[in-house]
Design a protein around this ligand. Sequence first.
Ligand code: PGA
Length: 255
Amino acid sequence: MRTFYCAANWKLNKSPNETNSFVNDFLPYVEKYDKPKLKTIIFPPAVNWVAFSEASKGSSLFWGPQNCYFETSGAFTGENSAQIAKELGAQFLLIGHSERRHVFGEKNEDLAHKVALSCQLNLIPMLCVGEQLQERDAGQTIHVIHEQLVKGLAELDQSKEFAIAYEPVWAIGTGKVASTEQVAEVHSEIRKGLSSILNNEVAEKTSILYGGSVKPDNAAELASLKDVDGFLVGGASLKVDSFAELLKIASANCH
Ligand code: PGA
């Protein structure tokens, strides 16, 4: 049985006060829909780590950075430290989100160092992969994703837990969700890829989340797919009502 994730990527949204009130309003749902194999995670912006950690202390709501530098300290002006997040109680680290790759130019090689650091710090890395529209149109989807996996996982400590999030770039924040056939195909190819890059046992136990315009009205169908082990949600995670609805669906479909 793999862990099923209901994960929120808040991107650059919410103030510390808004964080505090969201967490207070949301925690009852985390308790209500709790299941042994379900994990609810929020990735808040770095400026809200402290507020988030205080508001969620003692609960089963997990959190982690949206990105961190691959060194923990030093002369790296403007960067954030995974070690500091760990000290504040983070359990996860989101790595290689499409906005990091395509807005900030992060390369697979940088992401591999971040995966290594995450493993060293006992933060569970969640590596994002996904093709751009022109790559899909050119029939390169599986090739692009395989390369992102091979390079991004090059420094993984295989004894540690990790997760993959498949987010087609053209489906993020656009309202265009990938079809169930597209999601099923790519998730199955990712699992095959993990089996060839790592091994079958690791591939079978690793959770693969889908992200890209997940909403309460499409989540149940996505969750029913065999190789979909959760959601990574942007827009619909910013309101308590819609994220709670997604958590309810995740809990009901936790397979
Ligand atoms: P979206 O974002 O749900 O708003 O499409 C998903 C993501 O970027 O992780």
